[in-house]
Write a protein that binds this ligand. Structure first.
Ligand SMILES: [Zn+2]
Length: 76
């Protein structure tokens, strides 16, 4: 897969789910564990105790999807 196709896929996924299904926060795309994830922006953030408590309270429902496995791009 060419790099620009991966970017297209990431952008497509982000367009289709711009907000977390659980809390409505914007989703973000991040690289982790050799994959690209579309993820609720509150996951992994510890900006405030209030945010953290809320995240724990509804953790199961937060958007966190693997968009694409990037292992194939390690040569890039
Ligand atoms: Zn969320």
């Amino acid at each position: 897969m060419h790099h620009h196709r991966a970017v297209d896929l990431i952008e497509q996924q982000h367009r289709e789910q711009p907000f977390c299904a659980a809390c409505g926060a914007p989703t973000i795309t991040i690289a982790r564990h050799g994959a690209i994830w579309l993820e609720c922006s509150t996951l992994g953030e510890t900006k405030s105790p209030l945010r953290r408590l809320f995240s724990l309270d509804s953790l199961a429902g937060h958007t966190r999807d693997v968009i694409i496995d990037t292992d194939f791009e390690k040569v890039a």
